[in-house]
Design a protein around this ligand. Structure first.
Ligand code: ZN
Ligand code: MN
Length: 262
């Protein structure tokens, strides 16, 4: 099969795609983090999840996948357990914004002017917005026109029906889902060899105050780093997530970039 990964192409192959008559292909840039995901999931979970999905979505839209940004903004206690856990290696916001902006700008300068910021780590969200804004401003000043950037977090595409499969008793919140049922299920489906199945944690959901404290108060954070029980995760649930979000996100990108029907 022909690769969708830009880093596996030659410049000659990439140039031909960028200059396609019907316009350049959509480039999906997976954005993740190196962040603790409990005792059972790998540190790279937030980078792997969008990469795995992007590599399945790209062929459906004639798209490409840029190398994943494996580092992201700092883990936050209420959505990722916090950056104090060993293995959380993160970027300051200003560094992260500059990194994403530079990648967007160079893709666009080479004619790859349809770019999707495809996020797997909630804490990146507003900094991706800022990077997109600053990149468009810089590109406009350079005379690089017709650049379109779409930003999305893949988890926001889960339908109510898929949510019901994942959480028969109801979803607590996406923040508390960190390293819990959804991510564990998808990893069990797509990369079971990376899941320490005997260490999947169970326990009550974390109870945080509404305010944030700096320096971080670690007392409300569960010791495992997992913010709610992952016990009911399964590969079948993961399969249901992938089967639903891949075509739905492909359709959304087709719509966003006005590509017409498949
Ligand atoms: Zn995660
Ligand atoms: Mn995360």
């Amino acid at each position: 099969m022909e690769t969708v990964r830009i880093d596996e192409m030659t410049w000659v192959e990439l140039e031909a795609k960028a200059k396609a008559l019907h316009g350049p292909p959509i480039v999906i840039l997976p954005t993740g983090a190196l962040e603790q995901h409990g005792p059972h999931l790998p540190l790279g979970t937030d980078a792997m999840m969008p990469r795995f999905l992007a590599e399945r979505i790209a062929p459906e839209i004639g798209g490409l996948v840029a190398p994943t940004l494996s580092y992201g903004f700092k883990s936050q206690p209420k959505s990722g357990g916090g950056n104090h856990f060993p293995g959380c290696v993160s970027l300051d916001a200003s560094t992260y914004i500059a990194l994403v902006k530079d990648v967007i700008c160079d893709l666009a300068r080479h004619g790859l002017s349809r770019i999707t910021l495809f996020d797997g780590h909630m804490e990146n969200q507003w900094f991706l917005t800022e990077a997109a804004d600053l990149a468009l401003r810089a590109l406009k000043a350079e005379g690089v026109a017709d650049v379109k950037i779409v930003k999305l977090g893949y988890w926001t595409y889960l339908t109510k029906a898929t949510e019901d499969v994942l959480f028969p008793e109801g979803l607590l919140s996406w923040e508390l889902e960190h390293a819990a049922v959804m991510e564990t299920s998808v990893m069990l489906h797509l990369a079971p060899e990376l899941v320490r199945q005997d260490l999947i944690p169970d326990g009550p959901p974390a109870a945080f105050p509404l305010y944030d404290v700096y320096p971080v108060d670690t007392r409300p954070i569960p010791e495992t780093g997992v913010l709610s029980s992952a016990k009911s995760a399964s590969a079948e649930k993961g399969r249901a997530v992938v089967a639903q979000v891949v075509p739905d996100i492909a359709a959304a990108l087709r719509e966003a970039f006005e590509l017409g029907e498949a």
